[in-house]
Design a protein. Sequence first.
Length: 451
Amino acid sequence: MGHVSVTRVAALAVVICASTGCSSQSALPYMNDGIAMHALDGTGAGKIKHVVYIIQENRSFDNMFYGYPGADTAKSGKNSHGKTIELKPYPLGHAYVIDHSAQAMFAACNGTGKLPGTDCRMNGFNNEMSCCGPANPEYVYVPHDQSKPYFDMAHEGALADRMFQSQLDESWAAHQYIVAAQDDDTDDLPSGRWGCGGGKYDVVATIVKERDPNGPPVKPCFQYETLADELDQAHLTWRFYAATYGSDSSDGGAEWSGYMAVKRIWYGPDRKNIISPNWMFITDVRAGHLANFTWITPVCDDSDHVNCNGFYGPSWVSALVNAVGTSRFWDSTAIFIQWDDWGGLYDHVPPPYEGLDSLGFRVPLIMLSPYAKRDHVCHLQYETASVLRFAEDLYGLDQLAAADRRARSPANECFDFSQSPLPFVKIPAPYPPKFFMHNRYGDNYFAPDYE
């Protein structure tokens, strides 16, 4: 099980005492709720006490941040016939389907290396199966009048343009990496329930050698350690806000709720930390409650997912960000906003090969905090597990798996913990928080990747 790293705290004490001459009785830094109050060498400790991780759905970097100043974006891309396709604007909320399975990733990558999906030429996106969208449905971007709230957030904080999804494929694996930095090499979508409690035939495939995505199926219910386990061990608090799936209101989270697939959390006392409906995050923050680490996943219409009819994602995220920014928690919070996978949409930057099931395509990552570098584009390589690595370094926790061991935390490049804390600037959006703070879906919400 994970724990607060005693060696990290002890090493910090040596540094502090070397510079201040403290006595042995005062060698360890003052702790508050398990958080070291002296800044831990660029991690944000002593400044950041709350991490908020907002997960959106299925947008590549080129699609959502087309033309963002200072970022590496493309105006066109090649297809598998050698033709240059200009990226065209296509609105959020005009739903259609693009395959974004592992097979689709390999097709889009159009690799020439020994393993499928390596040595990507990034010119096979037209070979992803699609239905009912515009011409060249993969080669589109979100119109700037819709993406403006996200652009505004990025200008008020930092934007990473070398952020890759830790997994190769779509949302099932993504949401395991989001909570655990691993997914047991599973692939694509479960055949039924996205977690524990399913029937005999509720299984998910695995990826095996040479990146074959048709490995032996396993039950989508795991025993591996997660960030929540480490936070529990360190006596730190966490919450996971998610939509209730279908008509079973006891489920506590939609298919985008990764802890459904972690057995000891789903069936144990920690399940109380999975909160539904997801907009309760806003009411909790307004009431003065914010955990040390918080995940928030959307409902379909608020998600930016290509399959979804809603265009409310930018307003939804603005409502969450503004809730924190106008609260007493702003001065001690780091907010991360990430899209979980590329959704089949074109991106021109090839993903580095990091292992059997990683890395996947480039996705956006926005960071907001009084200590984020304002209007800054971060160019170092990050991945989904980098957000967990930020929290692990911040709170002195161990790494969970290969992904967060290799992942770089954005703390040093994208934050400046020596700067005076920046004031919050409210993000304007078309729809206010009250639009989201009621049950718009009753018991009829379905995640778009389901079945």
